[in-house]
Unconditional design. Structure first.
Length: 321
């Protein structure tokens, strides 16, 4: 009997559904949980002593899994812990800290295959860390400035001698007036550079504009790579393809050997088993690394191209890659 796979993901995360279906079609025992289930719909009992590593179980109303039997964990953006109504703000914050340290700590200590381990994912989320690692691993990166000083932005633009883009340093998604919104990459105009009010309020990321023929979403699972060329059909999509999905077309493409080698080094350095990397491919075919998302979306790429990403994630969880 194969060891069970523990899935830690938001209950409504549909890419994870693909992986669960694939694993179950292979006869693999799957225990899926969301951090939002704890403590009201999920319990944890974990024990460690001198003679044994962590033992115990995760239990819901209908299922249970022994921690010592877990052979692999697929970790993908679970929700926040949800506590009973009636707790004060300080009580809820205290409970959340205990849950994070207790549940998160016990699960993080499991000695099994991870795709990917949350501590590695948390570090890899930092774009400055990614860019430094990518450069050290031999990948080409754009000149980048992170600052909250307007005068540095103007000096950077003068030094680059070309167009500059501004993009979020962290997640581009925010909620405003109850609506989910996204902040897209923006190419700065001379008027923007003349009026940089607001820059001083927080950190901003600026990069040189890299001329592009197209972009590539490179999904890495273990040692395997799946490259999809993204072709923009509008000016907005050419500046940031996320701003106009309807104008995009996709083709399967190949990865130059030196880029593949650099990405393997990068994934090893960041200790990631999964990553969704974005590259610009220039007019002469040169690849420029932008970022790698340790929890990036991939399902729409599989749907558009047929690349077997879900199947390969299942392979990796079973140790078959």
């Amino acid at each position: 009997m194969t060891s069970p796979v523990l899935i830690i993901a938001a209950v409504d995360d549909w890419p994870t559904d693909r992986v669960v279906v694939e694993l179950e079609s292979r006869g693999v025992e799957v225990f899926r949980m969301d951090a939002a289930d704890f403590p009201q719909r999920l319990t944890l009992a974990g024990r460690i002593d001198q003679g044994h590593a962590w033992t115990g179980a995760l239990t819901t109303e209908h299922r249970t899994v022994e921690l010592s039997r877990v052979g692999a964990v697929y970790y993908r953006a679970p929700g926040a812990f949800q506590f009973p109504e009636g707790m004060s703000g300080p009580e809820e914050r205290f409970a959340a800290a205990q849950a994070r340290a207790g549940v998160g700590g016990v699960l993080s200590a499991l000695e099994c295959r991870w795709v990917s381990h949350p501590t590695a994912m948390a570090r890899a989320e930092f774009k400055p860390v990614q860019l430094a690692a990518a450069r050290a691993c031999g990948l080409c990166i754009p000149a980048t400035l992170i600052t909250n000083r307007p005068e540095d932005v103007r000096a950077f633009a003068a030094d680059i001698g070309g167009d500059v883009v501004c993009k979020p340093v962290a997640s581009p998604v925010l909620i405003e007036s109850g609506q989910l919104k996204s902040v897209y990459t923006r190419r700065l105009t001379p008027d923007d550079l003349a009026d940089l009010r607001g820059i001083s309020t927080t950190a901003h990321l600026f990069q040189e504009w890299v001329d592009k023929e197209h972009e590539v979403r490179l999904t890495v699972v273990g040692e395997r790579m799946f490259a999809a060329a993204i072709h923009a059909g509008s000016e907005a999509a050419h500046e940031d393809w996320r701003s106009d999905y309807g104008a995009l077309t996709y083709t399967i493409t190949t990865v130059p050997d030196e880029v593949a080698a650099g990405m393997r080094r990068l994934m090893k350095q960041l200790q990631l088993c999964f990553g969704a990397a974005d590259f610009i491919v220039g007019p002469r075919g040169e690849w420029t690394f932008l970022e790698v998302n340790p929890c990036g979306q991939w399902d729409w790429i599989q749907g558009a191209t047929g690349l077997p990403i879900a199947e390969t994630i299942a392979d990796e969880l079973q140790g078959a890659c």
